[in-house]
Write a protein that binds this ligand. Sequence first.
Ligand SMILES: *[C@@H]1O[C@H](CO)[C@@H](O)[C@H](O)[C@H]1NC(C)=O
Ligand SMILES: *[C@@H]1O[C@H](CO)[C@@H](O)[C@H](O)[C@H]1NC(C)=O
Ligand SMILES: *[C@@H]1O[C@H](CO)[C@@H](O)[C@H](O)[C@H]1NC(C)=O
Ligand SMILES: *[C@@H]1O[C@H](CO)[C@@H](O)[C@H](O)[C@H]1NC(C)=O
Ligand SMILES: *[C@@H]1O[C@H](CO)[C@@H](O)[C@H](O)[C@H]1NC(C)=O
Length: 375
Amino acid sequence: MAGGTKLLAVVIALSWVSNMQQFVQGKPQAVLGKPQVPCFFIFGDSVADPGNNNKLPTLAKVNYKPYGIDFPAGPTGRFCNGRNIVDILAELLGFENYIPAFAYANGTDILQGVNYASGAAGIRKESGKQLGARISMGEQLKNHRTTVLRIIDIFGKKSLAKNQLNQCLYSVGMGSNDYINNYFMPQYYTTSQKYTLEEYADVLIKQYTRQILKLHQYGARKVALVGLGLIGCTPDAIKNYGTNGSACVDIMNNASQIFNGKLVSLVDELNTNLTDSQFIYINSYGMGSGDATLAGFKVLNAGCCEADEVGQCVPDLTPCQNRSEYVFWDSFHPTEAGNLISASRTYTASEPSDTYPMDMSQLAELQINPQVNEI
Ligand SMILES: *[C@@H]1O[C@H](CO)[C@@H](O)[C@H](O)[C@H]1NC(C)=O
Ligand SMILES: *[C@@H]1O[C@H](CO)[C@@H](O)[C@H](O)[C@H]1NC(C)=O
Ligand SMILES: *[C@@H]1O[C@H](CO)[C@@H](O)[C@H](O)[C@H]1NC(C)=O
Ligand SMILES: *[C@@H]1O[C@H](CO)[C@@H](O)[C@H](O)[C@H]1NC(C)=O
Ligand SMILES: *[C@@H]1O[C@H](CO)[C@@H](O)[C@H](O)[C@H]1NC(C)=O
């Protein structure tokens, strides 16, 4: 009995390893199991960017060492030492490859989904402009339209493409840069003179609503909307704004909370209005609010690498040795160790407040009935 169990464990471990090797090489050889959804589309900022900024004239690109030091393919443009949250989610969903970057995807790659995320991008077109080029949410949707047209081409029939697009999972995480690289940078942007935090959140949510409805028009039916995290607790925020005696920059965290409150209401409204769809909210703020030392982290308020003036790792310097002891990799972005926790709680909620009204694994399992909608 005991020997049998051990053998089984070894077999599982080995198949997991071989699974991961396929993942690493990006060449699925044998289909070991179907992913939970046929495709996964990702919209977002640096937290999810797989390298879409690499060819753009911008300071917000990180395809150099030590980024990717723990990633099999090395520095790919991911703002992390290893996998980002959507990479880990793709694994949890059962995909054998990471979702390809729009900038590099070609041929039938796009049938498993596309990642449009771009560092420094926001809901508002201007957000992040002081860093250079970036692909705003509006532009990401235009890129998705291109993908949709390509998929229709591949299937040869609009209804087949639509049916496929209805079954996919969509993750949308936007808004951080509308604060970090807009509202809280009065030297470059006027939004903080024009709006209170309350008004600004309304303006952002209004624009975001139009963008999300556009995504629905393109066939999205299972959509996760990722809320803002504790943007006032990043090493960059603490260094540049001062904490006024608090542990973090409270006003920035308050801004996140105001935005998130309205985003949850939007999720309710969308679920009420669009009965053919399911939207969920991912509570990044709540997940980030716990005591990280309980999860084994030792350094909470400094990045693992030495950062430059825009908060990114200085090229080619050796980062901290034990990345899993650090919450932050650079001055803004979590380490892979931090991402593992967020991704796993997004996929399977460990607290009831992690996701609303269901988690991503449940969203992925939902059956969506194809309906007659126009793309
Ligand atoms: C498609 O992309 C892959 C990976 O970027 C590349 O190796 C391959 O040459 C591309 N194929 C075409 C037809 O562009
Ligand atoms: C600093 O804290 C004090 C007391 O809580 C508060 O009145 C003040 O508005 C804070 N200043 C800033 C810049 O947040
Ligand atoms: C942040 O929100 C808390 C709770 O609503 C409030 O007490 C505090 O004054 C706010 N801080 C700032 C800096 O706005
Ligand atoms: C939902 O429907 C109501 C009533 O028709 C409408 O006022 C509201 O704008 C809709 N909201 C969204 C997000 O579509
Ligand atoms: C790295 O840190 C983790 C968490 O503190 C610890 O469990 C692990 O043993 C450390 N690894 C090395 C090689 O020091």
